[in-house]
Write a protein that binds this ligand. Structure first.
Ligand SMILES: Cc1cc2nc3c(=O)[nH]c(=O)nc-3n(C[C@H](O)[C@H](O)[C@H](O)COP(=O)(O)OP(=O)(O)OC[C@H]3O[C@@H](n4cnc5c(N)ncnc54)[C@H](O)[C@@H]3O)c2cc1C
Length: 214
């Protein structure tokens, strides 16, 4: 992160975050402290909920305000209303606006909710254009059951068998795929007619009747 002077170069105001503390916060103790309430920290806290340990989630951001601009792509993407007003430096020292969000829920407050699994070969050593990705100490097969648990938790809507690159699943997604918009349905049909394999992205949204996603 950069110093205050660089931070102030950002022109537009986002909702207030990280206000200066007015008094010392109360002392708390915990058995396990999780820093950050994003997809990683939030999921870990949920998994630990019945352990009997006192789990504290430390989150620097506030709750994202629910307001009309949540649904306004100009406010979200052009004006970057919900991004922190800070600049980072890349490896060459150039300043850039990082793609992060500091809110309870972390980046998941803004993410696209496409919850694809890693491929089996992603867990081994992989040569990429920019270098080699070393092998994980875990294999896909060891994690497969946990993917199923996570897909239940995140109510993933998808269809097994549509994506020819998908790794083996021990069972289908817990919810059916989201219906295509008419234009996408037509495009998908045209691609299939050419022998291609368009498929529904697995989406982690609460699309059930009475669900919480709009
Ligand atoms: C616009 C966008 C779209 C995306 N779409 C997808 C998608 O469709 N599918 C997908 O799989 N991924 C997507 N991603 C990526 C995905 O959102 C992230 O990989 C994922 O949310 C990272 O989770 P995380 O818990 O590691 O970190 P984050 O979600 O970044 O959470 C980190 C949390 O830690 C907090 N924090 C940071 N520093 C401190 C500190 N010092 N003290 C206390 N708290 C701190 C932050 O405020 C934040 O809440 C998208 C990301 C963006 C930005």
């Amino acid at each position: 992160m950069t110093n205050d002077a660089e931070t102030r170069q950002e022109p537009r105001a986002a909702p207030a975050q990280d206000p200066a503390p007015t008094s010392a916060p109360p002392l708390r103790s915990a058995d396990i402290v999780i820093i950050g309430s994003g997809m990683g920290g939030g999921t870990l806290a949920y998994a630990l909920r019945d352990l009997g340990a006192r789990v504290l989630v430390l989150e620097r951001g506030d709750y994202l305000p629910q307001e009309p601009q949540n649904w306004d792509p100009w406010a979200v993407f052009r004006d970057k209303r919900y991004k922190p007003r800070e600049l980072w430096r890349d490896g060459d020292g150039r300043l850039y606006r990082p793609g992060v969000y500091y809110w309870v829920g972390g980046n998941t407050k803004m993410f696209g909710a496409a919850l694809t699994r890693f491929r089996r070969e992603d867990f081994g050593a992989l040569a990429h254009h920019d270098g080699e990705s070393p092998a994980w100490p875990l294999t896909y097969d060891e994690l497969e059951a946990y993917y199923c648990t996570a897909e239940d938790l995140y109510r993933v809507h998808g269809h097994l068998g549509g994506d020819p690159t998908e790794p083996p699943h021990s069972r289908d997604y817990p919810y059916p795929p989201l219906p295509h918009e008419p234009a996408i349905r037509a495009l998908s049909a045209r691609l299939s007619d050419q022998g291609l394999h368009p498929f529904h992205l697995p989406m982690g949204i609460d699309y059930r009747p009475g669900g919480t996603c709009v």
